[in-house]
Ligand binder design. Structure first.
Ligand code: TMP
Length: 212
């Protein structure tokens, strides 16, 4: 039941291309869950507030150059530096809605041509999400949405490659939502998926580690 010793918060990850709607949908989801009385926080990767995050941010803004493998490992380190806080939040009953996680790390770096298994290796041992939701939108549609900024990866040809590598990461546990649906329809599907996951974690579903 709700008070079982292994009741915990759930780790819910949203993935997708740039401009897929992840960020605004994660905000909407968090406020809905709060309204429902769920204790929940919104997280995102990269977490640009840390020293590592600032290096990543400078790279994305084209203010610095880094070897492809070096930036890959920084993105991963940025998750590792939050790992123990993440686990303690979950164990204390707080659910986390996370805008991007290891799958972004692998999809974006392997889209540059790095070996997929090499890209996954530094992620092994991080907390595994209870639910991964992919907001599915084509690179063309995403680019039409406007707001592609000056950030390094916001280019149509590159986003097409990222979409392909995301597809190689899918497994049956992922939930795919059509990102071209009206905002309210996407929101409704997200709410249902998230609430179901929150409940199963309250009932004591064990925590696991990547990749599993
Ligand atoms: P953001 O726009 O969600 O803040 O993400 C910044 C960019 O960084 C975005 O283009 C995706 C990319 N990215 C990676 O390349 N590797 C990662 O591990 C993460 C989390 C994001």
């Amino acid at each position: 039941g709700c008070n079982s010793d292994n009741s915990r918060g759930s780790l819910i990850v949203l993935e997708g291309l740039d401009r897929s709607g992840k960020t605004s949908q994660s905000h909407r989801l968090v406020s809905h869950l709060k309204d429902k009385g769920v204790s929940v926080e919104l997280w995102r990767f990269p977490d640009r507030t840390t020293a590592v995050g600032q290096m990543i941010s400078a790279y994305l803004a084209n203010e610095s150059e880094l070897d492809d493998r070096a930036i890959h490992l920084l993105f991963s380190a940025n998750r590792w530096e939050k790992r123990s806080l993440m686990e303690s939040k979950l164990r204390s009953g707080i659910s986390l809605i996370v805008d991007r996680y290891s799958y972004s790390g692998v999809a974006f770096s392997s889209a540059k041509g790095l070996d997929l298994e090499w890209c996954k290796a530094p992620e092994v041992g991080l907390v595994a999400p209870d639910l991964v939701i992919y907001l599915d939108i084509s690179a063309e549609k995403a680019s039409e949405r406007g707001g592609y900024g000056a950030e390094r990866y916001e280019q149509l040809e590159f986003q097409k490659k990222v979409a392909e590598t995301y597809h190689t990461l899918y497994d049956d546990s992922w939930k795919i939502i059509d990102g071209c649906l009206p905002v309210e329809a996407v929101e409704e599907q997200l709410r249902e998926l998230a609430l179901g996951t929150v409940l199963s974690c309250q009932k004591g579903k064990p925590l696991s580690k990547l990749w599993s």
